[in-house]
Design a protein. Structure first.
Length: 757
């Protein structure tokens, strides 16, 4: 029955499965093979067929088809299903939206529910738009409300305390309507890099607001508690729509947040509207949901549905001829069957979620490997032919998925909320209220060995961390094949490309290859948005896609991307300007130099500067939970160069820890790392003995040292003077130390598959 033994997994995919997916014993030893994982998942999900009259033989046949689709890497479900199907946890969904009511009881009840979801491995989205604005009167206490942002911080702190599976913290989405009185505070609330780190933010934009932006009008703010126009000092509060839009753009340009969602459009295309109103999305923005609803996701690997070899008469203008539509249709129908079964086999974290999920039976069948498909069909990502094919592929996937959902409705029954849906008004039987979603596929695309979601390639050569701390260089196999066939492949070429995110200027690579293998850096913001819009046209939910911009992009570029996304029918948009995140840290640098007229790229490594014989500095006393801490900072040319700390009557362990911390801080400073990059790693580290000192809280010895450095040297952001020419900043993966990239609405690690979503 389980015929496949040669699952085409890369070494990296196997490592990821061992770290995060395969069953382990109480000692943490892996006791399951990848093949056994897929058998476990296939058998558990296929059991749902028994609910609809299937006998044991038929269930086994379904399980075998599920197993073949997964082990061929043509289809993979989302991570919770791979991790938990057939195991004790049993929670198979990825996406949840919870309501946030305006009373204290409702607010903290939702916080409790979110904690249970995070514990089970899911992410949560919230709209805080129902909360009364800051400083509003609260009759029950004769006090004033603290507002949505303050309660977001409460949720953020709760999230920080709960690790999913002991490895990562849950992800959240915070949404606020653009006409909420606290909207400006919300837009700017992540200016402090230490605040609300477990949230992505999106402003809910209305059609009326976009109309006001276009016409240059002001618009009123609405108090959700009274349902009336917000009044301050007896006057109606109006905001200039263009100024608010520019304020959103400014912060998105500076930090990558907030994103925006077009809420009216999401509801207009919601099959259960107006009976149910969508108010928020999951943490990556691609799954709009009404309160307490969830979604089960799975993705089809498009790169495996290209005819090989291509037909003799194949031409770019008829790229569709190179797609194996018959096989693609078979896997789409199988994916719908699989995901509908997941709804029945799921062990939901809350009874309200189980009821709502069963009522709508939403599924999210999506795609990955789009960039691979384009390369195999010889289409550049940003070409008009690629956009035409995107429209055709997603229309086919959506049509086949809806057709099979309709077939299942005849044999299994329509989703219970059907009477309140657009399908009832149209007289169409449907098993599922929604069938298609394009989700981020960071980890499962690494398992499948394909490109992520509908994103272009981020780079063509990159390094991965392996368990013993060494780094292995990996080359995109399609790119390697093309370059080898051209005769220009060399190890030196690969080494040069490894330091780049684009090959556009690597002249020894044939122009035809450079034109085909475009990366995210090469694609204009306009073409990023056009690609997203082409897929959105045929997608029930939304599309997880990042509009990547170079560091040199202007605020006008961000504004243009937002405006174009609205014009082309997108349901939301996330813009990320390279190196704009304030919490990015410096890693290995690259520098260019010219040799014999050619530009080469050489890696440089930071080395600690030698200590002069004489340095001057200062010593500051700061109270900690262990007693008075004396922090000495010596400087060189006005910059901190080394740090010492002494604390009395604290025991040898505390003294040793303090010395170790100071040695590492000094090494970082002597190596040229910005003060801000150091203090952000130390600030807020909790300890068992916390005290208030100097008007603020000192949470630990590392926190105390960071406060001293910040008082004297700032350090909220890396200063331009702290950055050497040619250096690049990249986020560091907390799991393996590899480089993080921002795509499909969340950070993911190209080395180990770790994702913040």
């Amino acid at each position: 029955m389980w015929s496949r033994d040669d699952i085409p997994l890369s070494d990296n995919a196997t490592t990821i499965l061992e770290r995060r997916y395969l069953s382990k014993d109480k000692q943490g030893r892996v006791i399951e093979t990848p093949r056994e994982l897929f058998i476990r998942v296939a058998k558990h999900v296929a059991k749902a067929d028994r609910n609809y009259g299937a006998d044991d033989t038929q269930v086994d046949e379904t399980a075998s088809r599920f197993f073949e689709a997964m082990t061929s890497l043509e289809f993979l479900p989302n991570s919770p299903t791979l991790m938990n199907a057939g195991r004790l946890m049993g929670q198979l969904s990825a996406c949840f939206v919870l309501p946030v009511g305006d009373s204290l009881e409702e607010i903290f009840e939702t916080s409790k529910h979110a904690a249970l979801i995070h514990q089970s491995g899911g992410g949560t989205g919230f709209s805080f738009s129902r909360l009364r604005p800051r400083n509003s009167p609260v009759a029950s206490t004769s006090g004033v409300a603290s507002g949505p942002v303050s309660f977001m911080k409460v949720y953020d702190a709760a999230t920080d305390a709960i690790k999913q599976g002991g490895t990562r913290r849950g992800a959240n989405m915070g949404v606020l309507l653009v006409d909420h009185p606290d909207i400006l505070e919300f837009i700017a609330c992540k200016n402090d890099p230490g605040e609300i780190n477990n949230f992505n933010l999106s402003v809910a934009i209305t059609d009326d607001f976009m109309s006001a932006v276009e016409t240059g009008k002001s618009y009123p703010l609405l108090n959700p508690h009274t349902g009336k126009t917000h009044i301050v000092d007896g006057k109606e509060v109006l905001l200039d729509a263009r100024e608010v839009f520019d304020f959103i753009v400014e912060h998105a340009w500076a930090t990558g947040e907030p994103g925006i969602i077009f809420l009216d459009r999401m509801n207009q295309h919601n099959s259960t509207y107006p009976h149910e109103v969508i108010e928020a999305t999951n943490p990556c923005g691609e799954q709009p949901l009404p309160p307490y609803d969830s979604c089960n996701l799975g993705s089809i690997n498009l790169g495996l549905f290209v005819k090989e070899p291509l037909p003799d008469n194949y031409a770019r203008v008829s790229a569709a001829d190179g797609v194996d539509w018959t096989r693609l249709g078979e896997v789409v129908r199988l994916g719908v069957h699989f995901l509908d079964n997941v709804i029945d086999q799921n062990r939901y974290p809350l009874p309200q979620i189980e009821e709502q999920s069963q009522k709508n039976r939403r599924i999210g069948l999506g795609i990955m490997g789009w960039a691979d498909m384009l390369i195999k069909l010889r289409l550049p990502y940003d070409s008009p032919d690629a956009l035409t094919l995107a429209d055709r592929v997603m229309e086919f996937v959506d049509s086949e998925a809806k057709s099979h959902s309709s077939e299942l409705a005849k044999s299994r029954g329509r989703f219970p909320n059907w009477e309140n849906s657009v399908y009832a008004r149209e007289g169409v039987a449907m098993r599922n209220a929604a069938v298609t979603t394009i989700a981020p596929t960071g980890t499962i695309s690494i398992i499948a060995g394909c490109s992520s979601g509908i994103e272009p390639y981020y780079s063509l050569v990159y390094e991965r961390n392996v368990l013993d701390g060494t780094r292995l260089r990996e080359v995109n196999p399609l790119f390697e094949k093309a370059v080898r066939e051209s005769g220009c492949y060399s190890d030196e070429l690969v080494q040069r490309i490894a330091s780049r995110c684009s090959i556009a200027q690597v002249q020894e690579i044939p122009e035809s290859i450079r034109a085909l293998f475009v990366t995210a850096e090469d694609v204009s913001a306009e073409d990023h948005v056009k690609a997203q819009a082409a897929f959105q046209k045929h997608c029930d939910a939304s599309v997880s896609k990042t509009i990547n911009l170079p560091q040199s992009a202007t605020r006008e570029d961000v504004k243009a991307a937002y405006s174009l996304a609205y014009e082309l029918g997108c349901k939301g948009v996330t813009v990320y300007r390279d190196n704009s995140r304030p919490n990015q840290v410096l890693s290995a640098a690259t520098s260019s130099r010219s040799i014999d007229g050619k530009t080469t790229v050489a890696e440089t490594r930071r080395s600690a500067a030698k200590r002069p014989l004489l340095l001057s500095g200062f010593t500051e006393k700061i109270l900690t939970g262990y007693g008075n801490l004396y922090v000495t900072v010596n400087t060189l040319d006005g910059r901190p160069f080394e740090v010492f700390a002494q604390i009395g009557k604290s025991g040898y362990t505390t003294m040793a820890d303090s010395e170790a911390i100071c040695r590492l801080i000094s090494l970082a400073l002597r190596s040229g790392l910005p003060v801000g990059a150091v203090t952000r790693q130390l600030r807020g580290i909790g300890g068992s003995s916390q005290v208030f000192s100097g008007g603020g809280k000192v949470t630990s010895i590392p926190d105390a040292i960071a406060q001293v450095l910040e008082r004297h040297f700032g350090g909220d952001k890396p200063d331009s003077a702290d950055t050497e020419p040619g250096t690049e900043s990249r986020d560091i993966c907390p799991s393996c130390g590899g480089a993080m990239r921002f795509e499909s609405g969340c950070y993911c690690c190209i080395s180990c598959g770790y994702s913040t979503c």
